[in-house]
Design a protein around this ligand. Structure first.
Ligand SMILES: CC(=O)N[C@H]1[C@@H](OP(=O)(O)OP(=O)(O)OC[C@H]2O[C@@H](n3ccc(=O)[nH]c3=O)[C@H](O)[C@@H]2O)O[C@H](CO)[C@@H](O)[C@@H]1O[C@H](C)C(=O)N[C@@H](C)C(=O)N[C@H](CCC(=O)O)C(=O)O
Ligand SMILES: Nc1ncnc2c1ncn2[C@@H]1O[C@H](COP(=O)(O)OP(=O)(O)OP(=O)(O)O)[C@@H](O)[C@H]1O
Ligand SMILES: N[C@H](CCC[C@H](N)C(=O)O)C(=O)O
Ligand SMILES: [Mg+2]
Length: 482
């Protein structure tokens, strides 16, 4: 594609000669003959320093911020917002996208909502996919990815591939990093959703207001005017998200107890399922959701809202809730101990998620709640004492262990949690911690292994050793039964 065609209306300049571009890259190491290299200023490095490297590898042109001084003979495209320009250019370069793309943002629940939305669309006969923390799932794919919201170039390529494979509907997670770094700016959205806001990623965003503002880009910048915005109405930040959606000209659809599009009238908890009465357009539906945890009802309502808003018949969407499968590692029953205590694996690695998951198991626990958890290294340190306090307040037995210490000293991370967790037990080795919890559990108790969910490794230093909470739970149960 000619550079003039690629950049038209998206970036200025590009030099006298209209060069042919063979690909778009933002990492100089991926540049080949004819690449357009986007020189971006990042959190660790400045892309300007890699222009020469890209040029050496054959790059044909550069995209850079207005005013950024560059010493290059290559034609340079300029933009005030080069990350946004890159996302739009990559989308134009890679071409077709599935016609119905819905994106969901919020601190906790995105992976579950994306998985549920995909399942409801599939129940309605659509060729549907989801993209997020657990990877890409489509009728023909189940691929693990490393980021929740892929890089804009990978995303543009992926959407084009999915479209080529016949996928018409995509539910994707919009992480705050992804939104802030404009990774989704090239996706043509049909609908968007907000679930909640809590403390997370304050190592990246300067404060909670900036974190919220990053999330709100989904509504104030990315969602086209008049498109549906599904908002969970019962969160502390719901009113503010609603205001942003309305102000941006979205078609506001609220769900939850305070919701009007899908209104939760009654909810009854059983051990592994919940019975709900949901009102939609003047009709009352009785739905049996085969998942534990009230938060899953919230996620299911948002997913049903997205599905209905994108054309699924409400009867079909609400009926589909009765056969939803949880996303892997989200309050996932990994086994039952010999005495019958259920052991759940859950991805709660931030305060509100831990609070929710521990509160969610309480209604069906006649004995004690036992939790095993830790906090990741090289991540927001502020959440450590908060999670320590939550675990000791909401669980009867709290075991503090390691969860991807990365470059930090594991004992220091644990000590920061323990300082706010009087009465908790510290067992650094996660394998041992899981065994101790399983041994501890009696009939009537519930065990929650929190923080790693679907993950299949433990990162210590720069090494990731194979590790699965699911497998460790199964092994611990087998051992305890011997
Ligand atoms: C902090 C962060 O989000 N960083 C992301 C960001 O990197 P960056 O732009 O800051 O990169 P940088 O390392 O400073 O380098 C600047 C530029 O120089 C380029 N470069 C660098 C070296 C070189 O030799 N040549 C070269 O051209 C880089 O490609 C980059 O364009 O853009 C990259 C490309 O999109 C991402 O891979 C990278 O994700 C890193 C690996 C990461 O760990 N991100 C996590 C924190 C993240 O994004 N998480 C969220 C949320 C998770 C959740 O809670 O669900 C997610 O969406 O996954
Ligand atoms: N609606 C919700 N409200 C509060 N907590 C939730 C909700 N949904 C899920 N959780 C908790 O958060 C954990 C992660 O859920 P999920 O993976 O669906 O969210 P996410 O937003 O994709 O998270 P991440 O950003 O970590 O990928 C779950 O295991 C559960 O503990
Ligand atoms: N995407 C999140 C996942 C955290 C999962 C938890 N197990 C941890 O390592 O802290 C992050 O990288 O912050
Ligand atoms: Mg996720």
């Amino acid at each position: 594609m000619k550079i003039s065609e690629l950049a038209k209306g998206l970036a200025d300049g590009g030099g006298e000669t209209d060069v042919e571009v063979t690909g778009v890259v933002s990492d100089s190491r991926k540049a080949v003959l004819g690449s357009l290299f986007a020189a971006l200023s990042g959190s660790k490095a400045d892309g300007a320093g890699f222009v020469a490297d890209a040029e050496r590898r054959g790059a044909a042109a550069v995209l850079a911020a207005d005013g950024l001084a560059l010493d290059t003979a290559l034609p340079v495209l300029r933009s005030v917002d080069p990350r946004r320009a890159l996302a739009l250019i990559a989308a134009r370069f890679h071409g077709a996208q599935p016609g119905t793309i819905a994106a969901v943002t919020g601190t906790s629940g995105k992976t579950s909502i994306a998985a549920f939305t995909r399942q409801i669309w599939a129940a309605a006969g659509e060729a549907a996919a989801s993209i997020g923390t657990v990877g890409v799932v489509s009728p023909t794919r189940n691929e693990y990815g490393s980021l929740t919201t892929p890089d804009p170039i990978d995303l543009a390529r992926l959407l084009a591939e999915l479209s080529g494979e016949g996928v018409t509907h995509v539910a994707m997670e919009a992480s705050s990093h992804g939104l802030d770094q404009r990774r989704l700016d090239g996706a043509k959205l049909a609908a968007a959703a907000f679930i909640n806001l809590g403390r997370d990623h304050l190592d990246y965003h300067p404060d909670i207001e900036s974190y919220f503002a990053a999330k709100m880009r989904l509504f104030d910048t990315l969602l086209p005017q008049g498109a549906p915005a599904v908002i969970f109405a019962d969160d502390g930040w719901s009113d503010r998200a609603t205001a942003v959606a309305l102000h941006s000209g979205a078609d506001l659809l609220t769900v939850g107890r305070k919701g009007t599009f899908l209104s939760l009238k009654r909810l009854e908890h059983e051990r592994h399922r919940q019975i709900a009465e949901i009102e939609h357009a003047g009709r009352l539906y009785r739905v049996v959701l085969p998942l534990a945890g009230e938060f899953q009802m919230a996620n299911a309502l948002v997913a049903a809202g997205l599905a209905i808003a994108t054309g699924v018949d409400p009867d079909i969407a609400l009926e589909a809730l009765e056969s939803l499968k949880g996303a892997p590692g989200r309050l996932d029953l990994a086994g039952n101990t010999a005495e019958g205590a259920p052991v759940f694996v859950d991805y709660a690695h931030k305060p509100e998620a831990l609070e929710n998951v521990l509160s969610s198991v309480r209604p069906f626990t006649t004995g004690r709640v036992v939790v095993v958890f830790g906090c990741g290294g090289d991540r927001d340190k502020g959440k450590r004492p908060i999670m320590g306090e939550i675990a000791t307040r909401l669980a009867d037995v709290a075991i503090v262990t390691d969860d991807n210490p990365r470059s930090e000293v594991p004992a220091t991370i644990r000590a920061e949690i323990m300082a706010a967790a009087p009465g908790a037990t510290e067992i650094g080795d996660r394998r041992e911690a899981i065994r101790a919890a399983v041994r501890e559990a009696r009939a009537g108790d519930t065990v929650v292994i929190a923080g790693k969910g679907h993950e299949n490794g433990q990162t210590i230093g720069s090494q990731t050793l194979p590790f699965s909470d699911h497998e460790e739970v199964r092994a611990a149960i087998a051992e305890a039964g011997r």
